[in-house]
Ligand binder design. Structure first.
Ligand SMILES: [Zn+2]
Length: 370
């Protein structure tokens, strides 16, 4: 971007992509049926499959590498800009203008690429409609009954699992090994739900997991490489669930609550007890959260029925988040919230509660899923 005409052209191209992407997103939001039929069912599976074929054999997250390179690039530019200002060969205004130009030239094409490789999935039909579920807001009794069943499930699965020195559930063969087994849950679940038969690859551990913990993120799907990335510092009881949640994004389910729902579905279908427990525990955590706001008495009653091992696992999550609670955590959560809202998830982070709507809705179905 040295010659002024080239710089201007790059900025114009960036703006063109930005406007084009915004128009595409508005159009897509008005036609979810078409997005479902054309993009989500026809185009996206091919895009994801090609990307996964390119990235799956690398044991590390290529997406993480790309993010780090980007950060490094901006840090170097910032460093040189600051140096030029200090040496008085540039001014703050000129440096700011140059950085803005680079940002506009990059953001537009990246945004368009994001929509093509994944982002349009935010505008597909909602899972309730895809599965033909009755998505009425659940009653308090329905949530309590769901939570009660989950308590029974967790209590019966928990004694079959291993524990660490602190009495917290431990994955018998470690986190990485559970990543390679995660796909089995989707394979079994897809017999009943063919929509889960799409391409997905083994999730990958994030090297910068502590940075992720500080911003309050347990996993992240990198759309440009179709990689499911997992925060490997997160307590083991929910690692299989987080892996399956990220894999649901690989299958084209963009909204958080829907990815979590299919994460629970895949864990439930998985032949391995560790996965079954992990999915039930995540669902129970959400159900208890919903009850603690709407029906504190029921919430207390259910807590008293929990197996001591399940309680220790819940405690492990509390301890984990306490360790990483920080200013950045608040910033990270609000950035994530803004991102979700920008993709048409009107409820932002709050929409994690809609997992419960789906879990209740499937119980109302004439043939309840196993
Ligand atoms: Zn997610």
């Amino acid at each position: 971007l040295h010659r002024p005409d080239r710089a201007r052209r790059a900025v114009l191209f960036g703006l063109f992509c930005l406007v084009g992407g915004a128009l595409l997103q508005i159009l897509a939001a008005r036609h979810p049926d078409q997005v479902e039929a054309i993009y989500a069912r026809q185009v996206f599976p091919h895009v994801a499959s090609v990307l996964q074929r390119l990235t799956a054999s690398c044991p590390w997250s290529i997406g993480e590498g790309i993010v780090l390179l980007f950060l490094l690039y901006f840090a170097i530019r910032l460093g040189f800009g600051t140096l030029a200002i200090l040496q008085r060969t540039s001014t703050v205004g000129a440096a700011f203008k140059s950085l803005t130009r680079v940002a506009v030239a990059l953001v537009g094409p990246v945004y368009l690429l994001f929509l093509f490789t994944f982002g349009l999935n935010y505008q597909r039909n909602d899972v309730g409609k895809i599965l033909g579920l009755d998505i009425q807001p659940p009653t308090i009794e329905e949530v309590e009954s769901l939570a009660m069943d989950l308590v029974v499930q967790c209590n019966s699965l928990r004694p079959k699992l291993r524990e660490d020195g602190e009495g917290v559930m431990r994955l018998a063969r470690g986190r990485r090994e559970s990543f390679s087994r995660a796909r089995e849950g989707f394979r079994v679940a897809s017999r009943r739900l063919p929509i889960l038969a799409g391409p997905c690859s083994t999730p990958k551990p994030v090297l910068a997991s502590s940075a992720m913990s500080f911003v309050g993120i347990t996993g992240i799907y990198f759309p440009f490489t179709s990689e499911a990335n997992v925060n490997v510092l997160y307590p083991e009881p929910e690692i299989p669930f987080v892996a399956c949640h990220e894999m649901a994004h690989q299958l084209g389910f963009a909204r958080e609550d829907e990815a979590s729902y299919f994460g629970v579905v895949a864990c439930r279908a998985h032949p391995d007890v560790e996965f079954q427990y992990s999915g039930a525990l995540a669902a129970l955590r959400h159900a208890l959260g919903a009850l603690s706001r709407s029906n504190p008495d029921a919430h207390q009653r259910l807590l008293q029925r929990l197996d001591a091992g399940v309680c220790r696992d819940f405690e492990a999550f509390r301890t984990f988040w306490k360790r990483y609670e920080s200013f950045l955590f608040t910033v990270g959560s609000s950035v994530n919230d803004t991102y979700l809202k920008s993709q048409g998830e009107a409820q932002g982070v709050e929409s994690y509660g809609r997992l419960i709507d789906l879990l209740v809705a499937e119980r109302r179905a004439p043939v309840p899923p196993r």
